[in-house]
Design a protein around this ligand. Structure first.
Ligand SMILES: [Zn+2]
Length: 417
């Protein structure tokens, strides 16, 4: 069996013919395979400017295009591109069906690398297939751009708005997810967490599609709520469990840090190493953390009281009826206001201010899964952690869309991975 038989099966190009495959060596003595390509005798070259056949002009020097490796041996297509004398565009290089423009990677190889870059880090992908990080990045970028151009943003019913921190300090990205039962994906990434960050999404979506939105989930961040009220007029704004409990953890952590500092000055180290046993849910604690927690709970500390208040608030989410949930909320806030723990009082005031939006959660009961935004948030953070080496804004956006965007791909004759 010849190599060209396989190539004609996996990647046929009707105006071109494959020659014999040739096993050679590269400059470092490593094996490589070269496959010559020639235009069919009756095939006319296509102008790359207007994509219409045009009369021939001349031929350029032979170029090599990297194809999917075979048995860890690099494979190259070798071809001398023709130039056309196009009546519309002038003298232009022909359009090649296996590669774009000046790119030295074939389309198949680019999609191959992009496919592996979803399963491995970009660095690992480059190492596994003997290419560079830069080539993998370009392949992924190409896949993402193609996907963004070809995706459909119609009849989206539910979105979740989230922010993640992406550098040390306070640099944020705003992320918008579709969280419909049948389709969950990342829709939008923008710098910062301002009104403008979210407005960009609605500009992309358009007024008509924004009218289809029935539910929006977000945290209590005012700029987001402001834009959601303006732009998603038919949608119920929901403050979701994940974001509210994350806010509780921030408050609890602030109280713990303050009290630990004060106790340390008095030589009391009871709060040392207590951070995670207080922030985690009790069922997720390790044995050691559980013992530490039971010791702590015997102390009369502000931190412990705040911890118990947070755990008590978890009951809020188990209600079915908005009325009873509302009664619980009012009752909890009254107790918090009497607690003499300033950050908890502040939290209670914030919750009171957002009472209606909090109760919307129960009006939307069963339609929004509380885990969806949290799941996306975790995956986005993981993507950023794996993102060492490409901490530029563009590369991060591309990595996020690549892993979470559920982007479409072209129909291939053959899938290489
Ligand atoms: Zn042309």
């Amino acid at each position: 069996m010849q190599l060209k038989t396989i190539l004609n099966r996996v990647e046929p190009h009707k105006s071109f013919v494959y020659g014999e495959g040739r096993l050679g060596t590269d400059a470092t003595g490593q094996p490589m395979i070269e496959v010559e390509i020639e235009p069919r005798a009756n095939g006319r070259a296509i102008c790359s400017g207007c994509e219409v056949p045009a009369p021939g002009y001349d031929r350029l020097a032979r170029r090599r295009f990297a194809f999917v490796p075979l048995w860890a041996i690099p494979v190259f297509f070798c071809y001398a591109p023709r130039r056309v004398d196009c009546p519309r565009c002038g003298v232009k290089v022909e359009k090649l069906p296996w590669a774009d423009g000046k790119c030295t990677l074939t389309n198949s190889y680019r999609w191959f690398l992009a496919g592996w870059a979803k399963r491995l880090s970009w660095k690992e992908t480059a190492e596994a297939f003997g290419t560079t990080w830069e080539q993998v990045y370009r392949a992924v970028r190409h896949a993402v751009f193609w996907g963004l151009v070809h995706r459909k943003l119609t009849r989206i019913k539910a979105i979740g708005v989230d922010e993640i921190q992406w550098k040390r300090g306070h640099q944020y990205l705003t992320l918008v997810y579709q969280i419909d039962a049948g389709m969950r994906r990342l829709l939008w990434v923008a710098q910062d967490r301002t009104e403008a960050s979210l407005h960009g999404f609605f500009d992309l979506l358009g007024k008509r599609q924004a009218g289809y939105l029935k539910f929006t989930c977000s945290d209590m961040w005012q700029p987001y709520l402001q834009v959601l009220r303006e732009q998603a007029r038919n949608a119920l704004i929901i403050l979701d469990r994940f974001h509210i409990m994350a806010k509780f953890n921030q408050v609890l952590d602030e109280i713990r840090a303050g009290e630990a500092r004060r106790l340390k000055q008095e030589g009391n180290l009871v709060l040392k190493h207590s951070r995670w046993c207080l922030l985690k849910r009790p069922q997720n604690l390790t044995d050691r953390q559980a013992i530490k927690l039971s010791e702590l709970l015997r102390c009369n500390l502000k931190t412990v009281r705040a911890y118990l208040m947070r755990e008590d608030f978890q009951r809020f989410w188990s209600y079915r009826s908005p009325t009873w949930a509302g009664k619980f909320l009012d009752d909890w806030c009254r107790r918090a206001m009497r607690s003499r723990i300033e950050p908890m009082k502040k939290m209670a005031r914030t919750l009171r201010r957002h009472r209606d939006l909090l109760l919307n959660w129960f009006h939307a009961e069963g339609t929004i899964s509380s885990g969806t935004v949290e799941g996306f948030n975790n995956k986005a953070k993981l993507t950023l952690r794996k993102a060492y080496g490409f901490r530029t804004e563009n590369a991060i956006e591309i990595a996020l869309f690549h892993t979470l965007g559920h982007l479409p791909e072209p129909d291939f004759t053959h899938k290489f991975c």
